[in-house]
Design a protein around this ligand. Sequence first.
Ligand SMILES: Nc1ncnc2c1ncn2[C@@H]1O[C@H](COP(=O)(O)OP(=O)(O)OP(=O)(O)O)[C@@H](O)[C@H]1O
Length: 306
Amino acid sequence: MNVLQLFDVSKRIGSREIVHQLNMTVRAGEVYGFLGPNGAGKTTTIRMIVGLIRPTRGAIHVLGHDVEREPVAAKRYLGAIVENPEMYGYLTGRQNLLHFARLAGLDGPSARARVEYVAERVGLKARLDDKVKRYSLGMRQRLGVAQALLGDPKLLVLDEPTNGLDPAGIREFRELVRSLAAEGMAVFVSSHLLSEVEQMCDRVAVLQNGSVIAEAKVDELRSQSGSVRLRVSRPNEAVLWLQAHGYDVDASGDGLTLAHLDDAQVARTLRHLMDAGFEIYEAARTGGLEQSFLALTGAGSGGDQA
Ligand SMILES: Nc1ncnc2c1ncn2[C@@H]1O[C@H](COP(=O)(O)OP(=O)(O)OP(=O)(O)O)[C@@H](O)[C@H]1O
């Protein structure tokens, strides 16, 4: 099911086209990464998706509802964290969530039950009655997600949600996002970090200067091409053997590196080496996804997106 669709979306501000003819589809149960360097146009796109600004051309649909023409219906299914969530530090997490629940039209026992539920969902239940000023940044971000979940959205839109989090906070956030997708939610998340997108997302679009220059499944990128580093017995002989069999091989340090192999080719190569009498001590992919991205986006034409 298509939860979010962008049809030829462009945005011009003054004389500059900030975003150019974006076409993207995000399905239920999918975490979709929107990857690009600072200034590529991610926030501008997200502001259009959540209806804060209007596209100059094109249309955005949430569950089939046009964000511009049917804003109430479109936003009914939309939860978002754009920019830093506004929370009141002198109130507790529960008081903040009750406040936002009231703004969202919930009241009384149903609001209290919903607050308990979303707090549990993001792992904040035990700290719900602490003041937000005592929360870590990671807890504040999860409180932001809890707020976004109050309206039971089918689409969650997150703008660089892990900025500033420490590694443990990033991991918790990633697990939360994955678990929401596992329950069927569509998640659209922007990032300027390839490693983050790699671990959190199912599919990724790469944005550069306002245009999507590549879109791919993360799984496919991971298994595509890339190099493999090997440590084998009799490395000098192994290099000669591999060269004689047509491999693109480099001797490096105490190992050797084979270039341009997908997973099936790696498996075949290792079998051939063993059949030829070489022992394999270690085999590891080197920079697979990163290299796939560079190949996909044209090596060197903007490596800062990684
Ligand atoms: N209201 C505006 N007026 C003029 N220029 C703008 C406006 N909003 C954004 N821009 C410009 O559009 C470009 C894209 O900005 P945007 O914030 O969407 O990028 P981003 O990919 O989200 O990057 P960042 O992660 O740094 O926010 C930038 O060059 C920015 O200066």
